[in-house]
Write a new protein. Structure first.
Length: 292
């Protein structure tokens, strides 16, 4: 358990693009590998994101576990094969398919378990999104976004799935605790895509494969596969994404929370006392059990 300070203020508000950060390789057994990012690696510029794991899972790895104070989000990539079984104490027992998204807003607490179906290869992002203090005590709830309902914008050299949020008249899934945009996109060689970032939103951009060039006004950043960067909140602006080779990228954008929090594994609460109460509730069985 540790106290986490309020994120650092950006010293020069005119500089929007953050440092390029390489993920940390993480392996568990023979069935799970991940490229791991945490909020500490970005000096506060990842807010409201707390963690992102770009992972491949081919066999059961994690026992059922508690989340609280956050949303635990699973975003399946389209090249996943087979199903990804998701059970939680909300009564959900669903099999996620390629391109699906499952958003568990754990809030006051929920237990879940995720594992690949026999013979499956799950390629996805696991994203922990912080909740503001006013929502940490709310009842848990979930949102399942089916791939076939995700709108797609296509043009010369680009294809982008609007999983959450909106681009122009295209509206992805809504109903998350706080507004968020998630774009899952691909660029062909010489491809070019522009996204308008509204004022006050902070963005996190990740190159899944290939190599991405990011332009924002006069700033330019190069992002190789396995690396991520951020765009700090400010006035509305355009993010231009380009590539000289086939590239797969993800863009997440939301309003930063900028509140103090306490982390205890997958629990992220406002105070240490809140953590203790949540753990006591879990020990007493208050969150129920997973469906059979």
């Amino acid at each position: 358990m540790r106290n986490v300070r309020i994120e650092e203020e950006i010293n020069d508000a005119s500089i929007r693009l953050g440092a390029v950060v390489a993920g940390k390789s993480h392996t568990i057994g023979n069935g799970f590998t991940a490229n791991h990012f945490s909020e500490e690696m970005f000096g506060g510029r990842m807010d409201p994101l707390l963690m992102v794991d770009h992972f491949v899972m081919t066999s059961p790895t994690f026992a059922p576990h508690l989340h609280a104070g956050i949303s635990a989000v699973t975003a399946m990539f389209e090249d996943s094969t087979g199903g990804f079984v998701n059970r939680d104490t909300l009564g959900s027992n669903v099999v996620l398919k390629s391109g699906d998204l499952y958003w568990l807003a754990a809030a006051s607490g929920a237990v879940h378990e995720e594992l690949p179906a026999p013979g499956a290869r799950t390629h996805a992002l696991q994203i922990f999104v912080n909740l503001p203090a006013r929502l940490k005590g709310e009842p848990a709830r979930a949102l399942h976004v089916h791939a076939e309902k995700v709108p797609i914008i296509e043009g010369l050299g680009y294809r982008v799935r609007v999983v959450l949020g909106r681009i122009g008249n295209l509206v992805g899934a809504e109903g998350t605790p706080e507004e968020m945009t998630m774009l899952d996109g691909s660029l062909a060689k010489g491809g070019h895509f522009s996204h308008h970032l509204p004022g006050g939103r902070q963005a996190w951009i990740y190159t899944v494969s290939g190599k991405l060039t990011i332009r924002c006004l006069s700033e330019v950043s190069s992002l190789e596969a396995g690396k991520a960067t951020t765009l700090s909140a400010g006035v509305d602006t355009d993010i231009v994404l380009e590539s000289d080779e086939p590239t797969h990228f993800v863009l997440l954008a939301a309003r930063p929370i900028r509140e103090r929090f306490v982390k205890h594994g997958p629990l992220v609460m406002s105070t240490e006392e809140d953590v203790r109460k949540t753990l006591a509730n879990y020990a007493s069985g208050r969150f129920g059990s997973l469906p059979a």
